[in-house]
Write a protein that binds this ligand. Structure first.
Ligand code: AMP
Ligand code: MG
Length: 396
């Protein structure tokens, strides 16, 4: 067991195989899911002037409870042309600039209007500045809005756009080739002959990568033939940053990924991890490409892709924190103690409690359809009762 690499060490070694890709400048409509490569710093105050947060009337708080004379109007998109003096009010709309002199907005629901005469009918504002968005109350010029290496979510894109920048510097998109191996595999929809099964890992890995900032081609498939595999690896390495193979990573007579990698002039960095499922994981390089060899059992492929493939892609794309975050939740049921490798148990998190599935055979696919979490059980961990806290990773 001591020869098996701990997961964290393997992750660190994998990410060290290649630096993040060069950065590029892109528009806001293209940057969903990309990683910022610089801090995004505000070039402007937001708002740049005090704005009304309501439809109503701009007044001086000191003039309450009124009455007032209406002297004009301030609508969104134009600057008010008058100062509001004592006893004066200006009609104002949400997002419009507060006129000089005014400091508070009274909502239109709280007043009655008769020509230019305005009087309070409701409670009115209870404090100076009510319903006013102060200058720079969202952020000020010079504020760091997003740190470098952060994933651009829709909300982050909104903040970055409001910063005043016209483009964003982001990490590149790694080109990823998926390569499934195995004589027993047939493409979806083809009738499997005796001993054949549908290739589920190809579509699964493509789906896992679909929301990542990566350029992912259709999965390739190759038979269990060392020579063909070696030729294809060599060819894919010229045009990709990452080659992820699945299957053929273990010690069977038909497991050719390591041999083919060496035949192709590649180099193995590590093989075999202290984890279950996923022990026979291969990492190496071939030319400039990183090769990640996942085991073929569907659950092994899923767990190793979560812990290694997605972090590798995110690292190359410029992520500051490429590893999946680890959370804690109480167990809904008791679990046995851990063994000689760290377990990643497919589980379901519901109403804040974790239930690991009873079937943990790594050859099973159905649990993957139901799992929304992977429960982490450390090497040699003691048995735990329901209610005890456990570590887990969220899976999509
Ligand atoms: P291997 O890692 O090649 O020894 O394969 C381990 C198990 O996973 C075998 O039962 C394979 O049939 C199965 N397997 C390998 N590749 C795939 C795949 N792409 N889709 C579904 N099952 C697979
Ligand atoms: Mg195989």
């Amino acid at each position: 067991m001591s020869a098996l690499l701990p997961v964290e060490e393997a992750q660190a070694r994998l990410l060290a195989l290649r630096d993040p890709l060069p950065t590029e400048q892109i528009g806001f409509l293209e940057c969903l899911g990309r990683y910022t490569s610089d801090n995004v710093v505000a070039q402007r105050d937001q708002p740049a002037a005090p704005l009304s947060a309501m439809d109503g009337y701009a007044i001086r708080f000191a003039d309450l409870p009124g009455p007032w004379t209406i002297i004009g109007e301030s609508a969104a998109g134009t600057a008010p042309d008058r100062v509001t003096g004592a006893g004066e009010a200006m009609r104002i709309f949400t997002g419009a600039i507060l006129p000089d002199g005014a400091d508070t907005v009274v909502m239109q629901e709280d007043v009655a209007v008769d020509g230019t005469a305005l009087k309070l009918t409701g409670e009115g504002p209870d404090a100076r500045g009510r319903h006013v968005r102060g200058r720079a109350s969202d952020f000020a010029a010079g504020d760091c809005l997003l740190p470098a290496g952060m994933r651009l979510t829709p909300g982050a894109i909104a903040a970055a756009t409001m910063s005043g920048a016209d483009q964003l510097a982001v990490g590149g998109r790694p080109r990823v080739a998926i390569l499934t191996t195995g004589d027993e595999l047939v493409q979806a929809g083809r009738a499997p002959a005796a001993g054949h099964i549908p290739d589920s890992n190809g579509p699964m890995l493509a789906a896992m990568l679909a929301s990542e900032p990566a350029v992912v081609g259709l999965p390739h498939h190759v038979r269990d033939d060392r020579e063909i595999l070696s030729r294809i690896l060599k060819d894919l390495a010229r045009r990709h940053d990452v080659i992820v193979t699945v299957g053929g990573a273990s010690v069977g007579d038909h497991d050719h990924v390591r041999g083919a990698l060496e035949d192709a002039g590649g180099r193995i960095d590590f093989w075999k991890i202290a984890m279950r499922p996923g022990k026979p994981l291969i990492a190496g390089t071939i030319g400039d490409a990183v090769l990640l060899g996942l085991p073929g059992n569907p659950s092994s492929a899923f767990v190793t892709a979560t812990l290694f493939l997605l972090p590798l892609v995110r690292h190359l794309a410029g992520a500051r924190d490429p590893l999946p975050p680890i959370h804690q939740a109480p167990l809904a049921t008791a679990i046995d103690g851990g063994g000689g490798r760290r377990d990643y148990l497919r589980a379901r998190l519901e109403t804040g409690r974790l239930t690991p599935f009873i079937g943990q055979d790594s050859g099973m696919t159905l649990p993957l359809a139901v799992a929304n979490a992977v429960l982490i059980r450390e090497i040699g961990a003691p048995p735990r009762d329901a209610g005890a806290m456990a570590d887990y990773i969220v899976i999509a």
